[in-house]
Design a protein around this ligand. Structure first.
Ligand SMILES: Cc1cc2nc3c(=O)[nH]c(=O)nc-3n(C[C@H](O)[C@H](O)[C@H](O)COP(=O)(O)OP(=O)(O)OC[C@H]3O[C@@H](n4cnc5c(N)ncnc54)[C@H](O)[C@@H]3O)c2cc1C
Length: 303
């Protein structure tokens, strides 16, 4: 990115929110990946609008990220700008049984806020390490819960910088997908409808699910959670285990010995190591069971 563009961006964005040649291994839960040419921590809708309009006008590539917990970034980095919707856009408000929250709020904070207000429906989300924006885009889910069960309205910014309000139907929620990814919208704010509950029971459920995660998932190693989508009628972890791939290691990346559905950064892995494990798993599972495993993790940048 040339210096005059950078100078222009720094007239829109405060210096402390602007990061040049930012190592993406510091911004993703896989802890791998090269540098982003420029990373901007977006603070307001107005900043975002000006940035999007400007970047579109000069035909500069940009990507939106949340907490980087479902991303595999190439070792050779990412060209263009990364716009991060994170803690600087994390308002939390409650109106009766409705919560309105900024896209940058972490799901753990959101679930704790719901529990504090005796609201039930977000217990499942408390252990998912993403932002609300990322969770809505991915229709994140766990233990029988999914974002689509609670989301009623989503405020987004379009590619042209316009604000739209999408209702539940317009969101076209599907398994680990929604309309947002195809349309290139940016999630700004989300309205969720919850139910009044017993605070003790809500907290007990969250704690039970947290223990289940600790017991079953390799949380002691960097990862992006389940690497593959659940194939219809199967479990990816089981298919991977049956293909004899438990513990398969290439470079520093490994099929977790604790949960085969997770590819982990076992020991200073590169993104290329992780991708090679993923491709090997896809090939071998297909040979063994005839099932095509589709990645849930999203690849960005140059590998
Ligand atoms: C240990 C671990 C456990 C996990 N467990 C689960 C689980 O149980 N269930 C589950 O579903 N997932 C799980 N995940 C995956 C991940 O946490 C979720 O997919 C999460 O919703 C991603 O949110 P994020 O903010 O990190 O998004 P990112 O990874 O930053 O981005 C993911 C996608 O969302 C887009 N995006 C992010 N924010 C916005 C925004 N504001 N507007 C528009 N687009 C946006 C990005 O462009 C990208 O396409 C787990 C991950 C880890 C590391």
């Amino acid at each position: 990115m040339n210096t005059s563009l950078l100078e222009y961006i720094s007239t829109i964005i405060p210096k402390e929110n602007l990061f040049v040649e930012e190592p993406m291994n510091q911004r993703t839960t896989f802890r791998t990946g090269g540098n982003a040419e420029i990373l901007i921590e977006v603070e307001t809708e107005e900043q975002l609008k000006q940035l999007i309009i400007f970047l579109n006008k000069i035909e500069e590539e940009y990507h939106i990220i949340g907490n980087g917990s479902n991303l595999l970034i190439g070792d050779r980095g990412i060209r263009g700008a990364i716009l991060q919707i994170g803690s600087r856009m994390s308002k939390l408000e409650v109106y009766g049984t409705t919560i309105v929250a900024g896209a940058g709020v972490l799901l753990s904070q959101l679930a704790a806020f719901a529990a504090k207000n005796k609201l039930s429906g977000l217990e499942f989300a408390s252990g998912i390490p993403g932002t609300l924006g990322g969770a809505v885009v991915m229709n994140a889910g766990a233990y029988g819960g999914e974002m689509c069960q609670v989301v009623t309205k989503v405020k987004v910014m379009t590619y042209e910088g316009e604000i739209l309000e999408l209702d539940h139907e317009t969101m076209e929620f599907q398994y680990r997908n929604s309309v947002i990814r195809n349309k290139k919208f940016v999630v700004l704010e989300v309205e969720m409808s919850l139910e009044l509950g017993d605070q003790k029971e809500i907290l007990a459920k969250m704690s039970e699910l947290s223990s289940a995660r600790k017991e079953k998932q390799p949380l002691e190693f960097p990862s992006a959670g389940s690497t593959f989508k659940r194939p219809e009628g199967h479990f990816s972890g089981k298919l991977i285990m049956e293909a004899g791939l438990k513990g398969l290691q290439i470079g520093g990346a490994q099929v977790s010995e604790k949960h085969c559905g997770f590819v982990i950064n076992r020991d200073h892995a590169t993104s290329a190591d992780i991708l090679e494990v993923i491709r090997t798993v896809q090939d071998r599972v297909f040979e063994n069971a005839g099932v095509k495993l589709e990645m849930e993790v999203i690849c960005l940048g140059d590998f």
